[in-house]
Design a protein around this ligand. Structure first.
Ligand code: MLT
Length: 321
């Protein structure tokens, strides 16, 4: 098959695909470039950081399959892809484990001021006396979007001795989900209850019209005094202007950590960058060797499956007389 790999996936998967298929790699290329490469492609494989627009797919008349080597679909024109009848496969589970662990790492790093302590002691400053750390144990962890990733973070929090509150979108609520979350130590409740009780608020919802600016000035003002905010969902879910204002002028948040940003990519500097109580990382939640290897293996399985489907659809139909 003719495959366009539009994002960096694991090396072993690219090598394996190249053995059996015609592969073009153009990681995070702009729309025009993708359009010029997509002409004879059957499959596009992509992650975040690239836009798979209607124009890109429209430039690929043979395109049949889309593989999202991860979770979010905010960078794909889903409506167009559905209209075209393209087959779309997502591979969310391996990255979810890595994103959940990063949320936990953020909670620990914020509570113990690890980044600052490391920076100072490396310069020879013995800042021990300045430190006031906080325990996670005994605190309230609030999970906005207790789905695939959020429920894993919640479960980890519960094992750690935290009280865990979570919420899901009304459209996703079922009694089964509630009992599954309960079995993981997460009490399902309302959005308002989660935000106003959390000492650590971790966000794990997809970016959609309904979640854009979900965490804005009004929500930040309802958060507990001395709380922390963590965004591992998508830039745009947290209003960064409002967050900056709260962190500089307000008295609620003790700190924040963001792995996803309104503006992402080389050379972009967040307005939050100068704040010492903010940790910023480059959308690397799912970027562990383990998760990417697992995603790579799943991509190979999906390409094999698509190839079999394609062959079946091309086989001549024999009519029994
Ligand atoms: C995802 O949605 O899976 C993450 O953003 C990871 C990625 O694709 O880079």
């Amino acid at each position: 098959m003719n495959i366009l790999i539009a994002s960096s996936i694991s090396k072993h998967a690219i090598e394996k695909l190249t053995e059996n298929h015609d592969v073009i790699c153009a990681f995070n290329a702009p729309e025009e470039k993708l359009m010029s490469l997509a002409g004879d492609r059957d499959v596009i494989i992509f992650r975040s950081g690239v836009k798979i627009s209607a124009k890109v797919m429209g430039a690929a008349p043979n395109l049949k399959y889309l593989i999202r080597a991860g979770s979010g679909l905010d960078n794909l024109d889903v409506e167009y892809s559905n209209e075209r009848g393209l087959q779309l496969v997502r591979i969310p589970e391996p990255g979810a484990k890595a994103v959940a662990e990063l949320s936990f790492a953020f909670m620990l790093a914020l509570s113990r001021n690890l980044i600052y302590a490391n920076q100072e002691w490396k310069k020879g400053h013995w800042v021990k006396g300045e430190f006031k750390g906080y325990l996670l144990r005994g605190k309230v962890l609030g999970v906005i979007g207790a789905g695939n990733i959020g429920s894993l973070v919640g479960q980890m929090g519960s094992f750690w001795g935290m009280t865990v509150l979570g919420c899901v979108d009304d459209s996703e609520y079922t009694p089964e989900i509630k009992s599954d979350l309960t079995s993981k130590g997460i009490r399902l409740t309302t959005f308002d209850e989660v935000i106003s009780n959390a000492d650590y608020l971790t966000i794990h919802v997809p970016l959609m019209d309904s979640t854009r600016n979900l965490i804005d000035k009004n929500v930040l003002q309802k958060m507990k005094s001395g709380s922390y905010l963590i965004n591992l969902a998508r830039g745009g879910v947290v209003n960064e202007k409002d967050l900056l204002e709260e962190l500089t002028k307000g008295d609620r948040l003790r700190g924040a950590a963001l792995d996803v940003h309104e503006n992402e990519g080389e050379g972009k500097v967040s307005p939050l960058a100068s704040l010492p109580n903010v940790i910023l990382t480059p959308h690397m939640g799912a970027q562990t060797v383990d998760s990417q290897r697992e995603i790579g293996d799943r991509v190979l399985e999906e390409v094999d499956r698509f190839e079999k489907l394609l062959k079946q659809s091309e086989e001549p139909v024999t009519v029994n007389k």
